[in-house]
Design a protein around this ligand. Structure first.
Ligand code: NAD
Length: 382
């Protein structure tokens, strides 16, 4: 089956690489010729580097599987097309409607959107049943997780097909309901927002929170380091989109601190400055390695994260197994949040959340009804 990829940026090039390495012919289309050339050059360089490192035996053969096009007519023979263009609903809808005119009746159309409604994108198509979400993580060749997202219109037969194909591509597919942020971008919100809140309140500074979450919590990167790495143009925008899409549920409220960074153009590592300053010689802030404070930070953020995962389970966003797989394979959490809930104890997690709720009287800290039920007799989830 020939795979089409729309958009040759960071995600499009990565997805195209995964499909070609898995043996497919791949047509890459971008409406910007310079971006297309850049995508082509980066794919060529990446594949050759992989060969030099001994991680790929046949770079030249894989490169021959690609064709690069500046016109959607090149998609005629594709069986599956994955879109990875700018994160704007109006643009994605227009592109899906156009592409549908160029492909066969059986061609499947997928979007790699991080936060937009797949149902909305599908509604732009003549045959909405062929549309679904296939959400890869950055960098696509390295991150195992793919969220498979059926829209409410999606033909149910596409789900096992997509799952099987992703497994063939060496990926770990999980099925997510078409709800804002799907699994990872919904459940992970408190990792960022609660860390910022703790900092804004002056409970601890960024370096201390990052230290606590890595050294005591076991996370690979602290929240501020990670937000700077992702870039505030991406991370803040996802938070804002999820918040708006949840009809302004206070649990997902974005922060002014991060919005100001975006407004200032302090996007993180890529612009040399974000929460931290990456200029040569800039002072490196030191953490206050007080284990009592550190443990309070970890427990507060973790209680919020577990609550999100438990609530997503309660609302049938995904199965328990898929929720835990998503957080370990999509954002490298040291363990699944539901497993963590079982180990820590639903009762302790609830006690932490209720403590915050009584202290702040904010809906942000409301516990999921499922967490409340699990806490009675401290029942296990996984
Ligand atoms: N970057 C990430 O971390 C990440 C992770 C998961 C999902 N996503 C999602 O993947 C998509 C792409 O993100 P990205 O980071 O690769 O963006 P990017 O800016 O690196 O690349 C987007 C590409 O799409 C092209 N493009 C824009 N409009 C187009 C159109 N109308 N027709 C054809 N090509 C068009 C651009 O020229 C550009 O080359 C977005 O929906 C984003 O939310 C991004």
């Amino acid at each position: 089956m020939t795979i089409g990829v729309i958009g040759s940026g960071a995600m499009g090039a990565g997805i195209a690489q995964v499909a070609a390495v898995a043996g497919h012919n791949v047509v890459v289309y971008d409406n910007n010729t310079a971006a297309l050339e850049k995508g082509k050059a980066s794919l060529t360089a990446t594949l050759q580097k992989l060969q030099e490192k001994g991680k790929l035996a046949n770079a030249d053969e894989v490169l021959l599987r690609f064709s690069f096009a500046d016109n959607i007519a090149a998609f005629t023979d594709c069986g599956l097309i994955i879109e990875a263009i700018v994160e704007r609903l109006d643009v994605k809808k227009a592109v899906f409607a156009d592409v549908e005119k160029a492909v066969s009746d059986t061609c499947i159309l997928a979007s790699n959107t991080s936060s937009l409604s797949i149902t909305s994108i599908a509604a732009a198509c003549r045959k909405p049943g062929r549309v679904m979400g296939l959400h890869f993580f950055n960098p696509a060749p390295l991150m195992a997780l793919v969220e498979v997202i059926p829209a409410i219109q999606t033909n149910p037969e596409l789900i096992p097909f997509a799952k099987e194909l992703m497994l063939k591509w060496g990926k770990t597919p999980v099925i997510a309901k078409d709800t804002p942020g799907f699994i990872v971008n919904r459940v992970a919100r408190p990792f960022y927002s609660e860390a910022i809140r703790i900092c804004e309140e002056g409970i601890a500074d960024m370096a201390t929170i990052d230290w606590a979450m890595t050294e005591l919590g076991g996370f690979r990167m602290g929240p501020f380091t990670l937000m700077d790495y992702i870039g505030h143009d991406v991370n803040y925008v996802v938070t804002e989109t999820v918040f708006q899409s949840f009809f302004y549920d206070p649990r997902y409220k974005p922060s002014f601190s991060q919005k100001r960074l975006l407004e200032a153009g302090w996007l993180g590592r890529k612009s040399g400055k974000g929460f931290y300053n990456y200029a040569d010689g800039a002072p490196i802030p030191t953490a206050n390695k007080d284990e009592v404070v550190g443990t309070q930070i970890v427990e507060r953020v973790l209680a919020m994260l577990i609550n999100e995962a438990v609530d997503a389970l309660y609302l049938n966003v995904a199965s328990a197994a898929d929720l835990d797989l998503a957080m370990t394979k999509g954002v490298n959490y040291p363990k699944g949040l539901l497993q963590w809930c079982d180990e820590w104890g639903a009762d302790k997690c609830l006690e932490k959340l209720d403590g915050l709720y009584h202290q702040y009287h904010e809906d942000r800290y409301r516990a999921s009804i499922l967490l409340r039920k699990q806490a009675i007799g401290n029942k296990k989830i996984v």
